[in-house]
Write a protein of this length. Structure first.
Length: 346
């Protein structure tokens, strides 16, 4: 029986509804993600059994195992979990407020702005400024471009269609400028920029995990808190206003959450594509369109997808370490074409 679980605030108002099926799916995905997480830690040039992985994480492993797990693999896999969750929730919010199943962080220029700023940093500042500032530059680029898109789309409010059209235009412009910089830059800077644009968690450190963790820990629960407003906006602006919802304020807050999640994820892992597009669709097919259940399930699916992609990329092609973005694009591009075909009459 698919019963509803109702979460209420202290004042007794309904915050959001969750189907019992959603709880079951979430629990199953959490177990699967944990299993893939532990398995991924043990795979690589030096194979470590799941038992030894647990022992090492409890502080009882050998010095070699502690170095391999604690320094090299664990921060990388945790970063993959956080990045995947951030991108998938960002895509879920965008698809909800734009009311378009093809929406993703790329469509409103978030990824394009971050990519432009990161390539500019690599090309012009990498020799003079520490490379540790690259994530900051990428995040600032994503934020500035998103503000520009929002302001350009404003005309007595922001409508989904204007947001999409302006976002596509800005994304195309930043993409062209990014390619121009790469073409004119030295070969070493161009190679580094191409790797970043492909998207990779190679060399992820605890510093990057600590940088991304607060954004995910704060913004995903905040997105869950505002999930009711996404459901209302899905009925259309006129209906939402008739129900007394401050549409523009809620749209701005939700867009800010989406931009911050995607910008922080791209700043750490580069331009990993299609996670924000695919994960919400899989979640919607499992638990339905209600955002109270969609957001946590999409977060787990995004984490699972990126952990699997990164694990395959660094183990199957040994001794090479392929960027995870190559695999997500290889799966995501056919899926995007399928979505275009399925929605061709809409």
């Amino acid at each position: 029986m698919n019963r509803l679980i109702v979460f209420r605030s202290k004042k007794g108002r309904v915050s959001f509804l969750v189907h019992k099926r959603t709880v079951t799916v979430f629990a199953a995905l959490a177990l699967l993600t944990f299993a893939v997480f532990v398995t991924g830690i043990g795979l690589g040039n030096t194979s470590i059994s799941p038992v030894d992985v647990f022992r090492t994480m409890m502080g009882q492993g050998t010095a070699e195992q502690e170095m391999v797990i604690g320094t090299l693999r664990l921060p990388r896999i945790i970063a993959a979990v956080l990045v995947g969750a951030a991108l998938s929730v960002s895509g879920s919010i965008l698809q909800g407020i734009v009311r378009n199943p093809l929406a993703s962080p790329e469509i409103v220029g978030i990824t394009g702005g971050a990519s432009f700023a990161a390539v500019a940093f690599i090309t012009y500042l990498a020799g003079a400024v520490s490379i540790k500032w690259l994530p900051v530059a990428a995040f600032m680029g994503a934020g500035l471009v998103s503000v520009a898109v929002y302001l350009l789309a404003w005309s007595k409010g922001v409508t989904p269609i204007r947001l999409v059209l302006i976002g596509i235009g800005i994304s195309a412009a930043t993409g062209s400028l990014t390619m121009l910089m790469i073409t004119l830059s030295p070969i070493t800077a161009a190679s580094r920029a191409y790797i970043w644009l492909t998207g990779s968690i190679y060399g992820a450190s605890w510093e990057q995990v600590y940088m991304l963790l607060p954004w995910v820990a704060v913004l995903i629960p905040l997105a869950l808190l505002y999930s009711r407003n996404v459901n209302v906006q899905g009925l259309g602006d006129d209906v939402a206003k008739g129900l007394g919802a401050p549409v523009q304020l809620h749209r701005f807050i939700l867009l800010f959450i989406s931009v911050a999640l995607a910008g922080s994820a791209v700043a750490v892992a580069g331009a990993i594509g299609f996670i924000g597009l695919i994960a919400p669709h899989i979640a919607r097919s499992l638990v339905g369109p209600t955002f109270g259940g969609l957001i946590p399930v999409a977060a787990l699916i995004g984490s699972l997808m990126l952990v699997i992609a990164d694990t395959v990329a660094r183990t199957v092609f040994l001794p090479l370490d392929i960027p995870a973005g190559v695999l997500t694009a290889g799966v995501g591009a056919p899926f995007f074409i399928y979505l275009l075909y399925r929605n061709r009459h809409q």
